[in-house]
Design a protein around this ligand. Structure first.
Ligand SMILES: Nc1ncnc2c1ncn2[C@@H]1O[C@H](COP(=O)(O)OP(=O)(O)OP(=O)(O)O)[C@@H](O)[C@H]1O
Length: 458
């Protein structure tokens, strides 16, 4: 493929063996391969050279093995070039993190140890997508971005959700989607867009939980060249990027009072003013928001503005946790089994009756996303073509966060350090691995939290 032959590839990994192996593999495939062992040198490197694809390690040994340093560098790269195509190299078991990275804008990921064939296929697909993008097909309808957008479920709760989507989608109503992590809120947001009159226009998703107060305005409202030191060119904000389409504000319950006030003003005035500009731009978006926070409780405690809730919740859709719809577990498990079997070049497996029993009994604190990853793991590891109960082992983190939060007092005292460990795991899981938010919630500094992560080997 000509786009591959002309491609310039950068590989950033602190393992010399990985750099060497990848360079050997790719140097006959692409035009240029540059390798870099030290991620600190990335910004300078990206200033000097443009790359078509960047392979980025998620687990630099020099820092803590939480994967956050990989996410950190991914964000840095995308901040410099929002269209950069980054393929992440993750260790087996880090699939959760890889999926998070995809949400943050990574193009794809490969799992170590990789098969060369699979790696080349990923490279080809990424370059192909990149080429299509630069050819001008910029409408990011979810069907193009994610082929797995069908909302599955036969439970009454899901039927009710589907009914609401059909009714609400063709209107201009602002929709607030409520539900725990992994219950399908983003999927519902995309479905609302696809079934709306705005379907041919962009669907722009913003993770509000990841925005700091200082980034909020530049990210959402955009900026003019020279508005601040790093503003080297005009950049439209997400409101403008979503013009004519749908703006999805995910994790809206996590924003500070200052951000709430700014967002409310924009929604009231229906215009945004980019930083460094005096000219407001009219806003033409359909707003869909989502949160896993108990937003009404936050409002009752004056931590979330009621007037902002009224702006964003013309209609509400609540997604029930998977543990309240065990009837959907088998359907979803079979669906994911078929997808991941195909992805891994295997025949679609069956489920032993005891396996289905085990899956139905699990409490799924991570909801559908946890089930999806559990099935993916099982498919990769399973020996035969019938998935057995032992192919599904739930990690300590899943089990810890599944434990009831009630004040249960055990007969034999639990060591304090064990309680500390479990609390950290639970809060980390709740905040989806976000160190800053976890530290804040636990009343620790980031450094103190990192020390404890190390101490408890989390
Ligand atoms: N009913 C469903 N049918 C098929 N797939 C589903 C369903 N619900 C969720 N999924 C899948 O589960 C994964 C998690 O869903 P999604 O990202 O929409 O959840 P979320 O509630 O937005 O999570 P978070 O709060 O963590 O952002 C996605 O891969 C999604 O496609």
């Amino acid at each position: 493929m000509s786009s591959v032959k002309n491609a310039r590839v950068l590989i950033v990994d602190d393992e010399t063996d990985v750099l060497f192996a990848l360079k050997m593999l790719l140097k006959t495939e692409v035009k240029e391969v540059v390798t870099e062992k030290n991620p600190d040198l990335l910004p300078g490197l990206l200033e000097r050279q443009k790359f078509d694809v960047i392979f980025l390690d998620m687990n630099f040994k020099s820092a803590l093995n939480t994967g956050n340093e990989g996410l950190f560098w991914l964000r840095q790269i995308l901040e410099k070039d929002k269209d950069a195509s980054v393929i992440l190299i993750t260790a087996y078991g880090d699939v959760e993190l890889a999926v998070k990275s995809l949400k943050e804008g990574a193009a794809d990921f490969i799992v170590k140890p990789w098969r060369n064939e699979k790696l080349l296929e990923t490279l080809h697909q990424t370059l192909e997508k990149r080429q299509q993008k630069t050819k001008g097909s910029t409408a990011t309808t979810s069907a193009k971005k994610n082929p797995h957008t069908t909302i599955l479920g036969e439970s009454e709760a899901i039927k009710e959700v589907l009914y609401k989507i059909e009714k609400i989608a063709p209107t201009e109503a602002n929709v607030l989607i409520l539900g725990e992590n992994g219950t399908g809120k983003e999927l519902v947001a995309r479905a609302l867009h696809e079934k709306s009159f705005r379907a041919g226009k962009p669907f722009v998703s913003v993770d509000m939980g990841a925005l700091t107060d200082s980034l909020f305005e530049s990210e959402l409202f955009g900026y003019k060249k020279g508005a601040f030191t790093d503003a080297r060119e005009d950049r439209p904000g997400r409101f403008e990027a979503a013009s004519g389409g749908t703006l999805f504000l995910d994790e809206i319950g996590n924003i500070s009072p200052a951000m709430q006030a700014k967002l409310l003003t924009v929604l009231q005035n229906r215009q945004v003013t980019p930083l460094g500009s005096n000219t407001p731009i009219p806003v033409d978006i359909r707003l869909v928001s989502a949160t896993n926070e108990p937003i009404y409780e936050l409002a009752a405690r004056s931590q979330f503005r009621k007037d902002l809730i009224y702006r964003i919740n013309t209609v509400e859709i609540t997604l029930p946790p998977l543990r309240q719809r065990h009837g959907d577990v088998e359907l979803l498990a079979r669906h994911f089994a078929s997808i991941y079997a195909q992805k891994n070049h295997k025949a679609t497996p069956d489920f032993a009756p005891e396996t289905l029993q085990k899956l139905k009994q699990h409490s799924w604190p991570g909801n559908v996303r946890e089930l999806q990853h559990a099935v993916e793991r099982a498919i990769i590891l399973a020996e035969g073509n019938v998935l057995q109960p032992q192919d599904f082992s739930f990690s300590a983190m899943e089990v810890a966060s599944a434990a009831p939060a009630a004040s249960y007092v055990p007969d034999t005292p639990v060591p304090l350090s064990e309680i500390e460990r479990e609390t950290i795991i639970r809060v980390l899981e709740k905040n989806k691995g976000n160190i800053s938010r976890t530290a804040k919630e636990l009343g620790l500094t980031r450094t103190a939290l990192y020390r404890r992560l190390n101490k408890h080997d989390i």
